[in-house]
Write a new protein. Structure first.
Length: 94
């Protein structure tokens, strides 16, 4: 079997063409990965912002809850005092 310069060139051209296709496929894969990464980064940023907003809201709600608990306790004490005064007045008048 005789190997000629032309056959070696054809084989090398085929090899180069295959490698060029591989390179183009890798480039497409890299571009797709970069696009996916950008989308995921955007989603992560949005989620982190949402988490921050939610934490602030929860903090405000917790503060309001504590204020309402104090107000409730105060009003309960006033109600208890008023009920006792009414009970005393009713007992004295009989």
């Amino acid at each position: 079997m005789k190997v000629t310069y032309a056959s070696i060139c054809r084989d090398e051209q085929k090899t180069l063409l295959c490698k060029d296709r591989d390179i183009n496929a890798f480039k497409r894969n890299i571009l797709q990965s970069e696009e996916q990464n950008e989308k995921l980064t955007y989603r992560l940023t949005r989620l982190n912002n949402d988490i921050g907003t939610s934490k602030k809201c929860m903090s405000k709600c917790q503060k309001k809850f504590e204020e309402l608990k104090i107000e409730y306790a105060q009003k309960t004490r006033v109600l208890h005092t008023v009920e006792q005064a009414i009970a005393k007045a009713a007992h004295v008048s009989h």
